[in-house]
Ligand binder design. Structure first.
Ligand SMILES: Nc1ncnc2c1ncn2[C@@H]1O[C@H](COP(=O)(O)OP(=O)(O)OP(=O)(O)O)[C@@H](O)[C@H]1O
Length: 344
């Protein structure tokens, strides 16, 4: 459904030098530098899949989404989205695609969202019966009945974001690009948005690429993630394998039934191949390489008065943080199979 090969976008950025003389000179002789925002990426997303698109600020996510929706022309590489070449901007493509940017509004501020929806109805030539059926679907799913007739400027951020989604999906696209759709929302509203995205994907077999800085969005919605940094794809595969790949350690949290001297605790942890993270009776936290965890747990259970023990993976946030830190110097990409870890 989405096929990308060697996709590259280089921006030319005007270099402004400080000082009056340099400003004058730049009137005649402008200097440019290149920003390789997207640097030769490849991926394929089949129909109906929801894929998380992760990367730190400035990694190239928004640029990739703009390329996939035809807002930007690539510098090099090939893109096919639903069989179309996005930058050709064919009408049939526009009717199947939508880009939602959490930080940008397409609603008109001074009128109710319902009137923007009517404008979209005309633009996308939606038949009256279909329009009503879709409005009913969205108002029901997003609990919007009391909201869509108020001027947009009176809406809360969460209410407005729900209306943004309706405006973006009213023409019922099956190729959906969501750039930070839950940014700034409280946890309940994030959860409501997630449930809606899940339902839309299921009901319309929509193929969805989603960026979010909230890992809860990504882990709830996406089995697969693409990780990008410095414009290069670092990882394409399952979330679980991402955790295995970038975090070779697990944490063991223990509760002790009786106080034990810190040196005794330290010795037990050390001899089992672990590292003591913290000890404040009765809580004890230990870190160990994955392959040592079983042996270390058994050792701690026999040598300390343990009343509770849990083994945890590090949070997805910290794994992603490790992935970015490991790849701050970009490496060349390699051809890869599933799951693929590229150049790390
Ligand atoms: N119009 C532009 N002209 C020049 N450089 C740009 C332009 N748009 C983006 N860039 C640069 O391209 C790089 C990638 O930016 P992009 O917005 O795609 O990143 P991102 O991963 O979406 O970041 P964020 O999470 O902060 O939104 C950055 O270095 C950015 O400064």
């Amino acid at each position: 459904m989405i096929d990308v090969q060697g996709l590259t976008k280089i921006y030319q950025v005007h270099v402004r030098k400080p000082g009056f003389a340099a400003s004058l000179r730049s009137l005649w002789h402008r200097e440019y530098r290149e920003v390789r925002a997207v640097d030769g990426i490849d991926f394929h997303i089949p129909e109906g899949q929801i894929v998380g698109f992760l990367g730190p600020n400035g990694a190239g996510k928004t640029t990739t989404m703009k390329l996939l929706t035809g807002l930007l022309h690539p510098t090099a590489g090939q893109i096919r989205v639903g069989g179309f070449i996005p930058f050709q901007q064919q009408n049939a493509f526009k009717k199947r695609v939508s880009l939602v940017m959490g930080q940008k509004s397409q609603l008109i501020w001074d009128i109710p969202a319902s009137e923007t929806f009517l404008i979209h109805k005309e633009v996308y030539e939606i038949a009256p019966a279909d329009y009503q059926e879709r409005i009913d679907y969205f108002t029901d799913m997003l609990n919007l009945a009391a909201v869509i007739d108020k001027p947009v400027r009176q809406l809360s951020l969460g209410e407005r974001m729900k209306c943004e989604l309706v405006a973006a999906l009213l023409h019922r696209p099956d190729l959906v690009f969501l750039d930070e759709p839950t940014i700034g929302l409280d946890v309940n509203m994030q959860e409501a948005m997630r449930r809606f995205i899940e339902a839309y994907n299921r009901d319309y077999k929509a193929t969805i690429l989603l960026t979010s800085h909230y890992m809860a969005d990504v882990s709830a919605l996406c089995d697969r993630v693409l990780v990008i940094n410095h414009g290069k794809l670092l990882y394409d595969g399952a979330i679980n394998s991402l955790i295995d790949r970038f975090s070779p350690y697990k944490r063991i949290a223990l509760v002790l039934g009786d106080p034990v001297a810190a040196e005794t605790v330290q010795a037990a942890v050390h001899s089992g191949g672990g590292r003591l993270v913290s000890y404040a009776y009765p809580q004890l936290e230990v870190e160990a390489p994955r392959e040592e965890v079983t042996g270390l747990s058994a050792k701690l259970l026999t040598s300390l008065p343990v009343v509770d023990l849990t083994i945890e993976d590090p949070s997805l946030e910290s794994v992603i943080g490790m992935a970015y830190a490991n790849t701050d110097e970009p490496q060349p990409a390699e051809a890869a199979s599933e799951p693929k870890e590229i150049g790390v």
